[in-house]
Design a protein. Structure first.
Length: 263
């Protein structure tokens, strides 16, 4: 491995590109530790600071993850979001088996908490209103890939299983339908990109300057009254959103009416 001192590209970017290419080739597999920064610096004949900048770039991109006191590792493959919201309401009304096998959701908090602004707006209540919240963390290959929360009105969830610190063995919305007594009939998803909060960066093990994708999911009953407002945040560089849909064929124009006189 070497860099071209005469190239217009900065040395750390040349190094990042070569490391990225080796990872794509499979020289280092997901979860495998890279050589130390001094070791990589020796390979390229550059200063350790230059290698550190290359490593930082690949961390921001979501290619690498650094574990303090252990080293730098290849992060897992990108997470596809095409089935995470719409798929939960599929024909089988449950999570796909392969999705559940790849991603492990851990319940980390259940209780009452002040509603953040976007959740309060969705429910039509004042900022800081008390709601029931269930917070979770999703991991794959022991790497955190999602932090999220589901919010319910206290009047709907008080005294139900939704307030208990327990996993249900079925999708949350099915438990909510039974506990609240209202069915989910429609939903809206709003996805935005932003910088993570300090807490999100720590939980997702990403740098504070790594962008994240944020989902606000609002599920309604048949009266279009919100039942659940869910939030999910994913590391942007290692997350892809995929939509698959059919494109209708061209409908031919109808034949003109022979009795119609055009002026």
């Amino acid at each position: 491995m070497q860099i071209n001192p005469g190239a217009a590209e900065f040395p750390h970017r040349q190094i990042a590109e070569q490391l990225r290419a080796r990872i794509r080739r499979g020289d280092w597999a997901a979860g495998e530790r890279l050589p130390s920064i001094p070791g990589i610096a020796e390979m390229f004949g550059v200063a350790k600071q230059t290698v550190q900048r290359a490593i930082d770039q690949l961390r921001v991109e979501g290619v690498l993850i650094t574990k303090p006191g252990s080293g730098t590792y290849v992060r897992g493959t990108r997470r596809r979001l095409n089935r995470l919201s719409r798929g939960r309401y599929g024909g089988h009304r449950g999570y796909h088996a392969d999705l559940a096998a790849r991603y492990r959701q851990h319940l980390i908090q259940v209780g009452r908490a002040p509603a953040p602004p976007e959740v309060a707006d969705a429910f039509g209540v004042s900022d800081g209103s008390e709601l029931v919240v269930r917070r979770h963390l999703v991991r794959t290959e022991d790497v955190p890939v999602e932090v999220g929360a589901s919010w319910f009105r206290v009047t709907d969830a008080a005294g139900t299983s939704l307030e208990r610190m327990e996993a249900f063995g079925r999708p949350l919305y099915q438990e909510a339908e039974e506990a609240i007594g209202r069915g989910y009939r429609s939903a809206t998803d709003t996805i935005s990109a932003r910088q993570p909060s300090r807490e999100e960066a720590e939980i997702l093990q990403i740098r504070p300057d790594t962008p994240v994708l944020h989902l606000l999911h609002v599920a309604y009953d048949d009266q279009h009254k919100p039942i659940e407002v869910a939030q999910a945040t994913w590391p942007g560089p290692m997350t892809t959103l995929t939509e698959e849909y059919r494109i209708p064929g061209v409908t031919p124009d109808p034949e003109p009416d022979p009795g119609l006189v055009l002026g």
